[in-house]
Write a protein of this length. Structure first.
Length: 347
């Protein structure tokens, strides 16, 4: 008897839901597809009927019928980086509000893996892609050729003139360097990110601008080439602080490199900020609980994700309407949070 009952539940249809909820099939369909115009009362009735019947819409069949899956692919280079976790929260919040789900993919900064993941998402017929690319130029060329709905997140390809959301990295890095200069520091080092990426290139540009305005040199030995990884921050810290004339301040271009840098200072027995001040790009909960509390640049991570998803939805809708919508690159401001890891230079 139990088995027969389960079979009956599994085979229920929208007609059954409509009958139990005492509404039309059109109303059930509207609720399932997240369309506006259905009252809160009727929406509740439909959802309660679906739950009572354990009814689950066949989205595969629906996607074949309407030519859409209501699934968005999101590709990030490092899922362990809290920056992308928080961006994802903004994406998911906006996607859920519009009846979309997210397929999250991680490349580990591997260009070949990124290409494979893009191919997989194309084959699964996702409606669009949010991409923080390991190789922006290659990704841009491939996606543009396909005329596929795409929004770049954080990392903007040099050729790209539309459809992207990022932080004002130049201004943020400029403000970070200006803060160190205002404290009297002249021997200021920079641990860069990957310079082939817009985030890495823009942050060094902002840093250089502040140094030039203050008529301070950017010494080669104070310019350490990192790759946004913890290990590169660690190695850069060791090199900088064992120089015959080490810097009195360091600007680290992302959170993971900052963790590596702070580890190197601890191993070398160098006190921060007494012997060296540190400013970090990226600001998360742990920054305020670190010892010392880190002076950091806070990116609007949740808003980046939310705005990127909004932009992609507009592009998808324009594709459906067969009217190509041009979206500008949206650049959001960051904020410098001054805490305990920076201090005035004592001569």
């Amino acid at each position: 008897m139990g088995s027969e009952s389960e079979t009956n539940v599994k085979s229920c249809t929208m007609h059954d839901v409509a009958r139990l909820a005492k509404v039309s099939i059109a109303t059930v369909s509207a609720v399932i597809n997240g369309k506006k115009g259905v009252s809160a009362k009727l929406t509740t009735q439909v959802k309660e009927a679906m739950a009572a019947l354990d009814y689950h819409p066949d989205f595969v069949a629906r996607s074949l019928k309407v030519g859409r899956t209501n699934v968005i692919g999101m590709i990030v280079p490092d899922v362990t980086n809290q920056f992308y976790t928080e961006v994802m929260l903004g994406v998911e919040d906006e996607a859920r509000a519009n009846g979309f789900s997210i397929t999250l993919c991680n490349t580990n900064e591997d260009i070949d893996q990124e290409q494979k993941l893009l191919g997989m998402l194309f084959s699964q017929r996702v409606d669009g892609v949010l991409l923080a690319s390991a190789a922006p130029s290659a990704a841009y060329d491939r996606l543009i050729r396909r005329r596929f709905p795409i929004v770049f997140v954080d990392r903007i390809p040099p050729e790209c003139e539309e459809s992207g959301v990022t932080t004002d990295n130049i201004k943020a890095a400029y403000e970070a360097a200006k803060h160190l200069i205002s404290l009297g520091h002249k021997k200021i080092a920079l641990i860069t990110g990957k310079l082939r990426l817009s985030t890495g290139a823009d942050r060094i540009e902002g840093f250089r601008k502040a140094m030039q305005e203050a008529h301070l040199p950017v010494l080669d030995e104070y310019l350490q080439r990192g790759d946004f990884s913890l290990e590169s921050g660690y190695q850069s810290g060791l090199k900088l602080m064992t120089l015959p004339d080490p810097p009195t301040a360091i600007f680290s271009s992302n959170n993971k490199m900052t963790l590596g840098l702070m580890r190197s200072l601890a191993e070398l027995g160098i006190a921060c900020p007494e012997e060296v001040s540190v400013v970090s790009f990226d600001d998360f909960e742990w920054a305020a609980n670190f010892s010392p509390r880190l002076t950091s640049i806070a990116q609007p991570t949740f808003e980046i994700g939310k705005q990127a998803m909004k932009m992609l939805l507009r592009i998808i809708q324009s594709s459906k309407d067969e009217v190509k919508r041009k979206e500008d690159i949206l650049v959001l401001p960051a904020k410098l949070h001054i805490r305990d890891s920076t201090a005035s230079l004592i001569n």
